[in-house]
Design a protein around this ligand. Structure first.
Ligand code: UDP
Ligand code: MG
Length: 237
């Protein structure tokens, strides 16, 4: 897998898992849902479970295979990092798009995602499963993904956090009291919801037609939602 991307393969004796991963593309779960649906919160919980299981065991190789072992990559967080990076040629553009609730041109986002995936796998060859949170959000995103990642990653399914607009708006306004995010205010939120309905829902519907969407009722408490998330992951592996 890493060899395929970099043209070189680690020389050390490979573990069972490494040999398996070498033959596989990175495995991706797209995590979608409206702003404030709980994508980031639930992704963090998925990763936490894995860390806990890891701590509990001495024999990590096999058990790691059985635990979720996902790396969480939030497209929004990567864009916010890039916005803050000194010398970034895209900082101002990203800032404008985020505040307006618009979707940043995919060439920027896809490069950040690809770089983050590569860096993760380079550091630890066992980390080849990714939760890609908040992407693809529109047709342009999807096309960019298909162009750049075709044959290089497998999309297993879409985890869809389904949540009414009112609940989403209220959660983001609540989060806005402490998040410091430039888009957690009513004006930006109205725009984000419109973008979600007009641009992101059709992408979810497209995957739905392919039988690839796992829908979770995300209007409930964090723990109730997570119980359903676990059920999906236990089934899907
Ligand atoms: N964004 C984008 N492309 C992406 C992901 C995010 O342009 O692939 C921008 C977009 O302006 C969006 C904002 O980043 O409204 C915040 O996204 P995030 O996923 O952080 O918000 P959430 O949906 O989690 O509240
Ligand atoms: Mg988020």
């Amino acid at each position: 897998m890493i060899g395929r991307w970099f043209g070189s393969v680690s020389q050390r004796v490979p573990s069972l898992l490494y040999r398996v991963s070498l033959m596989m593309n990175p495995q991706v779960v797209f995590v979608l849902g409206g702003p404030g649906a709980g994508k980031g919160t639930q992704c963090c919980k998925i990763v936490e479970v894995r860390e806990m299981e890891r701590e509990r065991t001495m024999e990590t190789t096999i058990l790691t295979l059985m635990s979720y072992n996902y790396t969480h990559l939030s497209a929004g967080d990567l864009l916010r990092e890039e916005r803050a990076r000194e010398g970034s040629e895209f900082g101002q553009l990203i800032a404008n798009y985020i505040k307006e609730g618009k979707i940043v041109p995919v060439n920027i986002t896809i490069n950040l995602l690809k770089k983050a995936m590569l860096e993760t796998m380079e550091k630890d060859e066992k980390k080849f499963r990714f939760l890609i949170d908040g992407f693809p959000r529109n047709e342009d995103n999807l096309q960019g993904w298909n162009t750049v990642m075709d044959g290089k990653a497998d999309v297993k399914f879409v985890l869809f956090f389904d949540c009414g607009n009112e609940v989403c708006i209220n959660r983001c306004l609540e989060r806005g009291k402490s998040s410091g995010r430039s888009d957690d205010n009513r004006e930006s939120l109205e725009k984000r919801i419109q973008t979600y309905l007009q641009s992101t829902r059709p992408i979810i519907e497209l995957y739905e037609k392919l039988g690839k969407v796992r829908t979770i009722d995300a209007s409930r408490s964090v723990d109730e939602v997570f119980a359903d998330v676990k059920a999906v992951l236990d089934k899907e592996g």
